[in-house]
Design a protein around this ligand. Structure first.
Ligand SMILES: *[C@@H]1O[C@H](CO)[C@@H](O)[C@H](O)[C@H]1NC(C)=O
Ligand SMILES: *[C@@H]1O[C@H](CO)[C@@H](O)[C@H](O)[C@H]1NC(C)=O
Ligand SMILES: *[C@@H]1O[C@H](CO)[C@@H](O)[C@H](O)[C@H]1NC(C)=O
Length: 628
């Protein structure tokens, strides 16, 4: 079977007389690859032959050069109907150099190939984590989280995934066929021509206009926070059009608004914060692929916002560490895109254990903080336990978190556009309140594509910098008054609305510890109303998919999954297997699962070529089911 498919795949090579025939050769490869996508959807794991055959075929196509790979993939995208033709073409053109580089350097069957295969086809599990014992400069001290100081808390705002769209036009069509609307793509979309006009402050099918960004920053400033954190993704989702000029204009808009309204902000790099998006190579990749201009532009903004004179590695790879003035808080902002499964440059052969030595640098920073008796906040874009994060690096990162658990007051992420959290444990086989060691807070987005625009206000202990509580704010985009003036109101409070469900209820003087959050997940298991509240809050009550039975089990498991290999959730089409902590292998039929609707939300759906390929695979599975 494998040999037959391979032979079929090789056939067009024989029919390749020269450059003139490129179109014809491309045509037969397009048919081949499309058929292989259809076959590939039945795999249970990446060990299966078929996806690797698909990968082998893509490698053969890549041998004919970037242009040929681009033609073939664009053709396959067209057949699949995954996106409009211009979107297929734009996305593929922008990322093909990176995919070409990865394919050319990859060995079929290697750990790298299997990992790419799971990202490409989007339905295979990651291969098992390769062990990597990280050396630490000193043994873990017998230290635990400091108790709260009892002093009145300070307010710190966390916002994320702003995705401002400077081409947003009030009155243009919000119901277009593109990944984001409220732009004039054609005459029919123009203001006055369409019957579905976008309002002046945004629409759930669009990335937001500057007016919404201004409104949110003003609302944040009115709360007078001590400082703010921003976990990245400045740029809109026009991924098939975006270029350097647009990215720099977006930086100017969003970082300019922060400077005007907010003052001190610690920010992190997002996967959208360069063009093409997602592609942040390590220093082992030829430097022509490095988005040096994006690092430099961000560094300039970060230095202005933090007032610090040097942001160390920021210019080199988008990470820095800063001591918050007159305090014992060290804020470390690191580049999580190195560990992002959609970053084609991470698929080196072999995959690097520690791209740019960033993990080693994190250890140095954490050790310095431990020595100086400081507390640390780690801020980054992609949650380390997220399904899109490489499992290898999630595990390595988690080893660091475990070593420095007493020093780390909290971790803060964005990226998913949803309101979530992740708990780290000293023992993932025994996930319990007394093994819970670190809290990762995932703040939802400003862009309203997966729910009302939102930001979060933490109550922070001014000495220990522990999170004592947080209040989520929203502006309800479904209310008519939103288009006159968005009204930013408190939506829920973590301590009241989760802590109030625990027995005994959590006192106002207590930290929201990892144990607290673990107990919240236990309450979710016991009382479906607690889970349903969480589930609705993920999207701020907007378009809430049904979730019962195994869906609940897997979502709770994901919350307990800061080490991604234990996070259960499979947000991909087809069938998939994963370890739950009861040891049971779970098979998820996502064709009929609410998780599918999560998977195909805008933050994933339109985030570049890898998700586009996953969407093609999904379309292929439907075509196969329909016997096409
Ligand atoms: C934005 O661009 C303007 C005009 O070039 C410039 O004066 C301003 O400093 C820039 N702001 C930021 C935050 O880059
Ligand atoms: C937002 O407004 C809509 C329409 O009035 C309402 O149905 C929904 O419950 C509101 N959402 C929240 C979170 O208050
Ligand atoms: C969590 O629950 C356990 C068991 O019920 C309890 O002993 C512990 O005090 C709780 N911790 C927090 C922080 O809620």
């Amino acid at each position: 079977m494998k040999a037959a498919v391979l032979l079929a795949a090789l056939a067009p090579l024989a029919a390749l007389p020269g450059v003139q025939a490129r179109t014809g050769a491309a045509e037969s490869w397009i048919t081949n690859i499309w058929n292989e996508f259809k076959e590939a959807v039945d795999c249970g794991s990446c060990q299966a032959h078929v996806p690797l055959v698909l990968l082998g075929s893509l490698k053969l196509v890549a041998d004919f050069g970037e242009g040929f790979l681009e033609d073939v993939l664009t053709g396959v995208c067209d057949i699949s109907g995954a996106e409009d033709r211009d979107v297929c073409a734009g996305v593929i053109a922008s990322e093909v150099p990176a995919l070409h580089y990865a394919l050319k350097n990859m060995h079929v069957g290697s750990h790298t190939a299997k990992t790419l295969c799971s990202a490409l086809v989007g339905l295979c599990d990651f291969p098992d984590v390769r062990p990597f014992d990280i050396p630490f400069p000193s043994p873990k001290p017998a230290k635990s989280r400091p108790p709260p100081s009892g002093k009145p808390p300070i307010n710190v705002v966390h916002f994320s995934d702003t995705h401002v769209d400077l081409s947003y036009e009030t009155g243009s069509n919000y119901d277009c066929s593109k990944p984001i609307c409220c732009r004039v793509y054609s005459d029919e979309d123009a203001p006055g021509k369409t019957e579905k006009p976008c309002g002046p402050f945004g629409n759930t099918k669009c990335d937001p206009p500057e007016s919404l960004q201004d409104s949110m920053m003003t609302a944040i400033a009115d709360l007078n926070p001590a400082f703010s954190i921003y976990t990245g993704d400045v740029v809109a989702h026009d991924v098939w059009l975006v270029n350097k000029e647009e990215v720099l204009q977006d930086f100017n808009s969003t970082y300019g608004a922060m400077e005007n309204h907010l003052g001190l902000v610690y920010a992190a790099l997002g996967n959208h914060d360069a063009a093409p998006l997602n592609l942040f190579p390590s220093k082992n990749i030829p430097s022509k692929y490095n988005p040096q201009w994006a690092y430099e532009a961000l560094t300039a903004n970060w230095m202005t916002l933090t007032g610090i004179e040097s942001v160390q590695n920021a210019n080199e790879y988008g990470s820095y560490s800063a001591i918050h003035p007159n305090s014992k808080l060290r804020i470390i902002s690191y580049n999580s895109i190195f560990y992002y499964k959609y970053n084609f440059f991470s698929y080196t052969e072999p995959m690097e254990y520690d791209p740019n030595g960033q993990l080693t640098w994190l250890i140095e920073e954490l050790q310095a903080a431990e020595n100086a008796d400081q507390r640390v906040w780690l801020i980054s874009h992609i949650p380390s336990g997220n399904v899109d994060h490489f499992r290898d690096h999630s595990h390595y990162f988690d080893q660091i978190i475990q070593r420095y658990e007493a020093t780390i007051a909290g971790l803060f992420f964005g990226h998913t556009h949803t309101d979530e959290f992740q708990i780290a444990y000293s023992d993932y086989k025994n996930r319990n309140w007394d093994t819970a060691t670190a809290m990762g807070y995932v703040a939802p987005s400003m862009t309203p594509t997966s729910g009302p625009p939102s930001f979060r206000v933490y109550d922070i202990d001014p000495e220990t910098f522990a999170v004592m509580d947080f209040t989520q704010y929203i502006a309800n985009i479904s209310e008519a008054s939103f288009q006159t003036k968005p009204d930013w109101i408190p939506y829920y409070s973590a301590k009241k609305d989760y802590g109030g469900k625990l027995t005994p209820p959590t006192p106002s003087t207590a930290e929201l510890t990892p144990a607290f959050w673990h107990n919240v997940t236990v309450a979710m298991e016991k009382d479906s109303s607690v889970f349903n509240d969480f589930w609705a809050r993920r999207t701020r009550g907007y378009s809430v998919p049904a979730c019962t039975g195994d869906c609940v089990k897997n979502e709770v498991c994901a919350l307990r999954g800061a080490d991604a290999q234990y996070s259960c959730v499979q947000r991909t089409p087809g069938f998939s297997f994963s370890k739950r902590d009861d040891g049971e292998e779970v098979e998820v039929d996502l064709e009929n699962s609410p998780l599918l609707s999560k998977r195909f939300q805008p933050e994933c759906n339109h985030a570049g070529m890898a998700p586009l390929l996953a969407k093609i695979a999904h379309k292929a599975s439907i075509a196969k089911m329909n016997g096409e």
